[in-house]
Design a protein around this ligand. Structure first.
Ligand code: HEC
Length: 137
């Protein structure tokens, strides 16, 4: 289901070795692996939770992220920069921000260098899409 979304992100990361020799053309992209993405998310965990009803920490809870407008989660005090940014978070809008937070949203108070590897980004996107959509038990 999220195959399409991560496809664009990691075309450059494609290696024949990684795909275990599967007969894919060169333009078939690496597909993000959610379990690897969970490890990438360790970089975000000090500041963010993903579960429904999870706490806001230094950064806002990320539950329901897909389809949510930037800077609108109730109960979290966003920077003016993020409030003004106001994009709808999703497959196209999240990677640029997570790759270079302060370059993408000038003035954001998210002090994080960014995820530079396309492959890690694809894994992180796969994980986030699942984890932020899961409902509480
Ligand atoms: C040092 C703490 C910190 C780290 C580490 C961090 N963030 Fe953030 N994040 C924030 C803060 C603070 C904000 C609010 C930014 C603002 O208001 O300008 C934010 C905002 C966001 C938003 C926008 C949420 C919204 O509702 O608009 C997303 C998405 C996000 N972070 C994802 C991530 C991901 C994914 C990672 C790891 C790759 C990460 N963050 C790492 C602190 C952090």
């Amino acid at each position: 289901m999220f195959l399409k979304s991560v496809k664009v992100l990691a075309a450059a990361a494609l290696t024949a070795g990684f795909l275990g020799g599967a007969a894919l053309a060169d333009d078939e992209a690496y597909v993000g692996d959610a379990s690897k993405g969970e490890k990438v998310f360790n970089k975000c965990k000090t500041c963010h939770t993903v579960e429904e009803g999870g706490a806001n920490k230094i950064g806002p809870n990320l539950h329901g992220l897909w389809g949510r407008t930037a800077g609108t989660l109730e109960g979290f005090k966003f920077s003016q920069a993020m409030t003004d940014y106001a994009v709808v978070w999703g497959d196209d809008t999240l990677p640029p921000f997570m790759k270079d937070p302060r370059g993408t949203v000038t003035g954001t108070k998210m002090t994080f260098a960014g995820i530079k590897s396309d492959k890690q980004m694809a894994d992180l996107m796969a994980y986030l899409k699942e984890a932020t959509a899961a409902s509480a038990e």
